[in-house]
Design a protein around this ligand. Structure first.
Ligand code: SF4
Length: 253
């Protein structure tokens, strides 16, 4: 039986189960393990591959961060997103909820996506380099990034975004294999393989600038410049080109 026909058959079965349930007073329904397995699989290979990878990550003990996490934080959003945001690591809120960028920095990123880019959070894909929270929100260590980065690279491999926005130095350095600061890397295009990458400040950095209004306004302006470049690219108004001097330096693959 073709995937499409199988899926139609499952949907039709579920519809009739729900119709029967609506007619009765039953509050629960029993499904066989086979049906549950079928229902939890789509015919979309990207979705299935990401689900399988998420399962692997959820049991990962490759670095010491597994011992202090509440849960892993894999990633969220559209598995076929044109734009992927990559941050640094989960914080306390993310560790509790299992979703990236849900704390104060996440709310700021959501505003950038919704109010600035006029997109929905569910239009883009959001994840971090590290999938487990470093204790007390300390910076990720090099050995932790080395253990974890293949998961990120596999996510990119499956999602194949048209453009990546690296939020902060740890994401930029992991993707571009450089050691420069965010301020040196932002404002121009880089490449992860053939995928254009724009580097900008992490939203948590913007939050830390709040006490200095002049600095806050200036750094927000720079982030907005970077976001606008991504929007121009997505609208077909800007073609990222490699810096002829550094061409190849930033290639990971
Ligand atoms: S941070 Fe990454 S490598 Fe370390 S335990 Fe978590 S998933 Fe595994």
């Amino acid at each position: 039986m073709k995937h499409q026909d199988l899926w139609q058959e499952i949907l039709s079965d579920v519809r009739s189960i729900l119709t029967d349930l609506a007619k009765s007073n039953a509050k629960t329904v029993s499904l066989s393990p086979e049906t549950v397995a079928l229902l939890s699989h789509t015919t979309d290979p990207t979705v299935n591959a990401l689900k399988e990878l998420e399962q692997v990550v959820s049991g990962c003990t490759k670095c010491p961060l597994y011992a202090t996490r509440t849960q892993t934080v894999f990633g969220t959003g559209n598995p076929h997103a044109r734009l992927m945001f990559v941050g640094e690591a989960p914080g306390a809120d993310e560790d509790r909820q299992g979703e990236p960028f849900v704390g104060a920095a996440g709310q700021l990123l959501t505003q950038i996506i919704q109010k600035g880019m006029k997109l929905k959070r569910s239009d883009v894909y959001i994840c971090n380099v590290l999938k487990c929270r470093p204790p007390n929100n300390r910076d990720p260590r090099t050995d932790e990034i080395e253990q974890c980065r293949d998961y990120l690279f596999q996510q990119i491999e499956w999602i194949r975004p048209e453009v990546i926005c690296a939020l902060g130095a740890h994401a930029a350095r992991t993707l571009l294999r450089v050691q420069d600061s965010t301020s040196r890397l932002r404002g121009k295009w880089h490449f992860y393989g053939t995928i254009p990458v724009r580097v900008t400040y992490h939203p948590s950095y913007l939050l830390r600038c709040k006490d200095d209004k002049v600095k806050e306004r200036e750094e927000k302006r720079k982030v907005w410049e970077d976001i606008q470049a991504i929007m121009r690219f997505l609208n077909g108004e800007e073609i990222p080109s490699r810096d002829p001097i550094n061409d190849g330096t930033y290639l990971w693959q």
